[in-house]
Write a protein that binds this ligand. Structure first.
Ligand code: C2E
Ligand code: CA
Ligand code: CA
Length: 611
């Protein structure tokens, strides 16, 4: 049974309580009382407030109320997020609160932080001061599922606003972040919200004037600087970098500048149309100067600056859009490993629209079963019998054409919808196996892909459990393919999935092995069943001696560690023969079969012996 939502009048009385408490008590004790009240009224296990730190991508617990007195509060605990995770979350919070229910199908919150056990439900309410994201109010319950009614969400949003407003007004919030005068304490520049307002004014005045260039910069791997040299040094270097950007940029133009957050800087300047061809180079010089200065201070870290530029010519453009476009150009530059500034282009605009289209269409595609699960056979090297298959998703549009996963998976990994896609795929696979079992047909292990994004929250294990409950599929018929980057980002959560699989006889494979950085050393401690050698090693139809040596040594080492080895992307007979000689266990690739729809795959199975 799920817990009932509060009634509208109960919600109103909470708002009243919050407003009274903040007016009549000292703010600090008022905030403690309020979160206590929220915890009791909503009947949840834990309510906490986390506020933004000046450190890149970090939040610090400042208030917490727990129903279990034996648990230690996390006050002052700081959590630093991965740059990518952070950016995704900021983007997501701009749409409002995050709600989560275990075993449900709605998208899950990203900012779970460290919790003692898997939450059954939670809501995360972002707190804003003006346009600046300053923190998050979390309500988490470990015992019961519940939905959050619109009234409850509104009440919590109002409460978060009240709290945020009072913390800010009385300067009780992390004073390191907010000095109260709208300035960034590390750089002394104006705050992001002041910058945005000023840029809006500049844009309005632009009529017939010269274009405005908005430049978005980020110091790549700044987290590494903090980790290697400590946060104090990190702050000092942010100051040095910001000075260099300011001095460089204001040499030729009147500029406005701010630190958007973390190690992200935004600058805007009027640039005469004639000067635009030289402007990129000028920005590039600033980048080089920043890199030089930072390198001087920390020679061990390879510093790079990624920059995006958006030239605004249309006065109707808002500051928020111009900044978002410059930021997108920066991200594109970063993805392409470009150290040169990249200018926002029409193609990028098209891409934004296409991503929006995909995101908007996804719920319908799932409802209408336009997402199709294709199966690609895995064949045993020893006797060419069928070992199993990998499930690969395709999106078939109503006109019959296909969108391939490389086009949409990265989009959904970024906006959090990947869970909807993957859970849909997992469900289809379980259904498929159940169908074969019921029909008395041969069955075999099917592997499913797990995105690293799943480990930003704790949903995946409960969801998998629920599928086993519903379809009663033997665990040895299911295999999860993880990529090495998940271990790097969220070791503990990835480890808990592996442990769950291990304890329950479900197989785990390491996908794309060799395409990243992790070594067999790391993997040896992880109890993985199968190592999947990445298709990158099979780029030559006839393998050259180097490729052969690498593959042979991976196979030998994996065997020593007690793992099976599969090679993917196998297209030719020569490759197949080599892999068989090298004692690879299985092969997957076009040579034996392309990914195929369920019907074709059933035919394929009927024509092959299943071991
Ligand atoms: P992956 O997991 O490495 O999957 C293997 C990819 O290699 C598939 O591309 C497959 O069609 C392709 N492939 C198979 N054999 C050969 C071959 O002999 N030669 C070549 N050149 N390619 C071969 P696909 O289906 O386009 O999937 C691309 C990637 O998208 C997958 O790479 C996987 O990372 C992701 N993906 C696919 N389906 C899902 C899904 O349901 N969930 C998640 N999270 N990711 C998925
Ligand atoms: Ca895979
Ligand atoms: Ca792969």
């Amino acid at each position: 049974m799920a817990r009932e939502s509060l009634t509208v009048s109960e919600c109103l009385s909470i708002i009243e309580y919050v407003s009274d408490a903040l007016t009549n008590k000292g703010t600090e004790s008022a905030v403690s009382d309020i979160i206590e009240k929220l915890r009791v009224s909503f009947g949840v296990s834990c309510v906490s407030i986390r506020e933004i730190c000046p450190r890149p991508c970090s939040l610090r617990y400042t208030y917490e109320s727990l129903n279990d007195p034996t648990k230690v509060k996390r006050i002052n605990e700081t959590i630093t997020f991965d740059e990518d995770v952070w950016e995704g979350v900021m983007e997501n919070f701009s749409h409002g609160c995050y709600v989560y229910k275990a075993g449900g199908d709605q998208s899950a919150p990203k900012f779970i932080g460290r919790v003692p056990n898997a939450p059954m439900c939670m809501i995360q309410v972002p707190m804003y001061s003006g346009r600046d994201f300053v923190g998050v109010l979390d309500l988490v319950d470990f015992d019961e599922i519940r939905d959050w009614s619109e009234g409850e969400i509104s009440a919590l949003t109002v409460c978060a606003n009240f709290i945020c407003h009072y913390l800010y007004k009385l300067n009780l919030t992390l004073t390191e972040t907010r000095t109260g005068n709208g300035k960034d304490p590390i750089t002394g520049f104006m705050s992001f919200s002041a910058f945005t307002e000023m840029l809006d004014e500049k844009l309005l005045e632009m009529l017939d004037g010269s274009p405005i260039a908005v430049v978005y910069m980020d110091i790549h791997h700044f987290k590494l600087i903090n980790e290697t040299y400590g946060y104090r040094k990190g702050d000092e270097l942010l100051k040095i970098a910001s000075r260099a950007i300011y001095e460089g940029a204001s040499k030729h133009a009147e500029i406005i500048i701010c630190r958007a957050h973390a190690d992200y800087f935004v600058t805007a300047a009027n640039v005469p149309e004639k000067a635009i061809p030289f402007f990129d180079k000028f920005v590039q010089e600033i980048n080089e100067e920043v890199c030089r200065l930072l390198h001087e201070s920390c020679p061990d870290v390879r510093i790079r600056v990624n920059t995006g530029i958006c030239y605004v010519r249309d006065p109707k453009t808002t500051a928020a859009t111009a900044i978002a476009h410059a930021n997108l150009a920066r991200k594109t530059a970063k993805k392409a490993n470009m150290t040169k500034p990249l200018v926002f282009s029409d193609e990028m605009m098209e891409e934004i629209k296409y991503h929006e289209y995909l995101t908007n269409e996804l719920p319908k595609a799932i409802r209408n079963h336009d997402l199709k699960v294709y199966y690609q056979p895995k064949v045993n090297c020893s006797d060419d019998t069928l070992y199993g298959a990998e499930a690969l998703v395709r999106w078939q549009k109503p006109d019959g054409s296909f969108i391939y996963p490389d086009q949409f998976i990265p989009v959904f990994e970024k906006n959090g919808n990947i869970e909807d896609v993957d859970f849909y795929v997992y469900r289809q696979v379980f259904k498929y196996i159940r169908g074969r079992l019921d029909a008395g047909l041969p069955v075999f292990p099917i592997s499913m892909n797990v995105s690293r994004v799943h480990f930003q929250q704790d949903n995946i294990v409960p969801y998998i459990k629920s599928l086993f409950d519903e379809f009663d599929v033997p665990p040895n018929l299911v295999d999860f393919e993880l990529t090495e980057n998940i271990y790097m980002n969220n070791f503990d959560r990835a480890d808990s999935l592996i442990k769950y699989c291990r304890d329950n006889g479900i197989k785990v494979s390491m996908d794309d092995f060799g395409s990243g950085y992790s070594s067999l050393n790391v993997i040896s401690s992880l109890s993985i069943d199968t190592l999947k050698i990445d298709k990158i090693f099979l780029k030559h139809a006839e393998l050259d001696d180097n490729d052969k040596a690498v593959i042979e040594s991976i196979i030998a080492m994996a065997k020593r560690l007690g793992m099976k080895v599969i090679c993917e992307g196998v297209e030719t007979e020569a490759q197949t023969e080599f892999l068989k000689e090298a004692k690879c266990d299985q092969i997957q690739g076009y040579y034996y079969g392309r990914p195929m729809d369920e019907e074709s795959f059933n035919r394929f199975v009927a024509e092959h012996i299943v071991r």
